[in-house]
Design a protein around this ligand. Structure first.
Ligand code: THU
Length: 135
């Protein structure tokens, strides 16, 4: 595997192992590389009040912003099961805030990379910060 992708994979795996998912038992890890090449990771954090839980992608984005990052170059999401763990609809929009349509999102499980998407393919014709520049 490409070393840049390997480091995203490793960071997502570590974060996934720390997921707090006592209700769904569905542990997810996410890692992203920002425009400066730094890697930020997150995991899902569930809550007894179910809708309050947050996704792994949201955690990784919050970690990036807290470190001063403002642009997602590449992202990797890792989760279990036979189905591809692609970002949920809300997270596609969260990613959109900090990424261009060409940004690559890798989907993985513990064993390796399973699929590769662009943000534009997951969230076509999206609404983003640029729209608000023309209020
Ligand atoms: N989840 C994520 O963290 N990211 C995804 O891309 C899909 C779903 C979490 C939310 C919830 O804690 C659990 O997985 C089951 O939906």
């Amino acid at each position: 595997m490409d070393p840049d992708l390997q480091s995203l994979f490793d960071a997502a795996r570590v974060a996934r192992a720390r997921a707090y998912a006592p209700y769904s038992r569905f542990a997810v890890g996410a890692a992203l590389r920002d425009a400066d090449g730094r890697v930020h990771a997150g995991c899902n954090v569930e809550n007894a009040a179910y809708p309050v839980g947050s996704c792994a992608e949201a955690g990784a984005i919050a970690a990036m912003v807290a470190e001063g990052g403002r642009a997602i170059r590449t992202m990797l999401v890792m989760g279990p099961g036979p189905g591809l763990v692609t970002p949920c609809g809300a997270c596609r929009q969260r990613i959109r805030e900090f990424a261009t349509p060409g940004a690559v999102i890798h989907v993985a499980d513990d064993d390796g990379i399973r699929a590769r998407f662009t943000l534009g393919s997951l969230l076509p014709d999206s609404f983003g910060p640029e729209n608000l520049a023309h209020a």
